[in-house]
Design a protein around this ligand. Structure first.
Ligand SMILES: NC(=O)c1ccc[n+]([C@@H]2O[C@H](COP(=O)([O-])OP(=O)(O)OC[C@H]3O[C@@H](n4cnc5c(N)ncnc54)[C@H](O)[C@@H]3O)[C@@H](O)[C@H]2O)c1
Ligand SMILES: *[C@@H]1O[C@H](CO)[C@@H](O)[C@H](O)[C@H]1NC(C)=O
Length: 431
């Protein structure tokens, strides 16, 4: 039985060299200094002026552009072009944002495996262990998918990228995820889910040809709704967290860009996606970690012992849904930033249709890990989580042929196998 968690053994030496920082030119300091008063004062003046510019904090988004772009390795364009080349007749060239993330990595690999051209983009932020993001990058490297290390708010970079690669599709998965973290860092949700999404849509509508967009919304938009199962036609105006509010905002922003510029946009409302290479901030993941460490886990329940349940959806099912959304996406109708006709605008639930109580999730994990969990049942704090989620997936089934086929026990078995191999330090991670 494994109790000790060791860091993963993965060769990442090439990662360290892939990002070269340009050395700024310090020619200014080499100016000849004449010891007269006037020169002294003008030198001091210039010095403080320079200090002011160097020290003034960059304002969010736009102003950081040039700084961010200069951090890229000098051969990024060549690498992006090579990575973008399709190997199949589909002729799909897809930009996957959030490619070092959980869903992004899986989708990028699935696209590459079937022969599509794929370029990834991710800012490798430290919301959770960056080692995991780097390990996913290594996986993608091996399969010939290049990830550009940049922020989706980098408008200059996006413009350049759309110039050098004619993307047919954008699979937009970069976001600030997580519900509870919004109380600690609300700005990160606005930065990535609102500003970043708009920056990406701006670059997409200006691109020639305009790509079709498929992006991740969330089941959290159903918020405090009590009518189950959740259907796409239900009103979604009671978000319970800032995260949910930014995803809802994204859906409205998508409507605008579709309406004004003729962008073809499909939103996918994911329901609690889990699986190998998953997200450490999610319950199934940290329960596994804590159960193995014999640490107490907190299980939430609603008022009057109401059950908390989630419609857990296995990653492979979600990936199939993402690919089906890309495959059925119609072309955007605009060009050069102008709309030429009505374009497609869709929204789908991608869930599993079978909510499982969190207590059941824990008992499956106990069985798989062969360790009894130290449980503490607590009333759920009102910090963004909802009591239950349950997807109606008949629309996705009808229009995307979406048919989830992995139940929670089967999916968790694969997750646990991966988890033990990744943290157990075996050289070969299960994939
Ligand atoms: N996993 C789920 O259960 C779930 C449920 C509903 C919705 N979603 C949505 O699906 C998408 C993918 O989620 P995930 O679980 O893979 O999360 P993730 O955090 O693993 O992946 C998101 C990736 O985006 C990157 N990113 C964040 N902000 C960025 C920015 N400004 N610029 C560039 N890159 C940035 C992060 O570094 C990360 O690698 C997200 O939009 C998320 O909101 C996920
Ligand atoms: C599920 O959604 C479809 C529309 O996509 C609707 O016709 C159906 O009645 C819904 N089913 C339930 C059980 O709510």
């Amino acid at each position: 039985m494994m109790t000790q968690l060791k860091p993963p053994i993965l060769s990442s030496s090439h990662l360290d060299t892939s990002i070269k920082f340009k050395t700024p030119s310090y020619a200014f300091y080499r100016l000849r200094f004449h010891p007269t008063r006037l020169t002294l004062w003008s030198f001091l003046f210039l010095f403080f002026l320079l200090l002011f510019f160097l020290c003034s904090p960059p304002s969010a988004g736009g102003k950081r552009r040039s700084l961010q772009t200069t951090r890229l390795p000098s051969n990024w364009e060549v690498k992006a072009r090579n990575s973008a080349r399709p190997q199949s007749k589909t002729d799909f060239t897809v930009l996957v944002t959030g490619a070092a993330g959980f869903v992004g990595t899986h989708v990028a690999i699935a696209l590459k495996n079937r022969g599509d051209g794929v370029v990834g983009l991710d800012n490798f932020n430290n919301y959770y262990e960056t080692g995991l993001k780097k390990a996913r990058k290594t996986l993608l490297d091996r399969r010939g998918v290049y990830i550009i290390e940049a922020d989706i708010n980098d408008a200059a970079l996006l413009t350049k990228l759309f110039e050098i690669v004619h993307f047919t599709h954008v699979m937009h998965l970069a976001a600030q995820a997580g519900v509870r973290y919004a109380m600690h860092n609300p700005a990160s949700y606005i930065h990535s889910n609102v500003n970043g999404f708009v920056t990406l849509l701006e670059a997409s509508k200006n691109a020639n040809p305009q790509p079709s967009i498929v992006w991740a919304s969330s089941s959290s938009v159903y918020g405090l709704n009590s009518k189950v199962p959740f259907s796409e036609k239900d009103t979604t105006d009671q978000p319970a967290s800032l995260y949910a509010a930014t995803k809802k905002a994204g859906e409205e922003i998508a409507h605008t860009y579709n309406h004004i510029y003729g962008l073809s946009i499909t939103g996918l409302r994911f329901f609690t996606v889990y699986g190998p290479w998953g997200r450490p901030d999610m319950a199934y993941y940290f329960f596994t970690k804590d159960i193995l460490r014999r640490k107490e886990i907190k299980i939430f329940e609603g008022a009057d012992h109401a059950t908390v349940a989630r419609d857990f959806t296995y990653i492979d099912d979600v990936v199939k849904g993402c690919l089906a959304a890309l495959d059925t996406a119609k072309k955007s109708t605009g060009s050069g930033g102008k709309k030429r006709g009505t374009a497609q605008l869709r929204i789908y639930n991608l869930g599993n249709t079978s909510p499982v109580p969190v207590v059941k999730l824990v008992s499956i994990l106990e069985k798989l890990l062969k360790v009894k969990a130290k449980k503490r049942v607590l009333q759920m704090p009102r910090n963004g989580d909802v009591l239950f989620t349950h997807a109606n997936i008949s629309l996705a089934r009808k229009e995307l042929g979406y048919k989830p086929s992995t139940d929670l026990e089967t999916g968790l078995k694969k997750f646990v196998k991966w988890y033990l191999s990744y943290y157990g330090g075996k050289k070969k991670s299960a994939w």
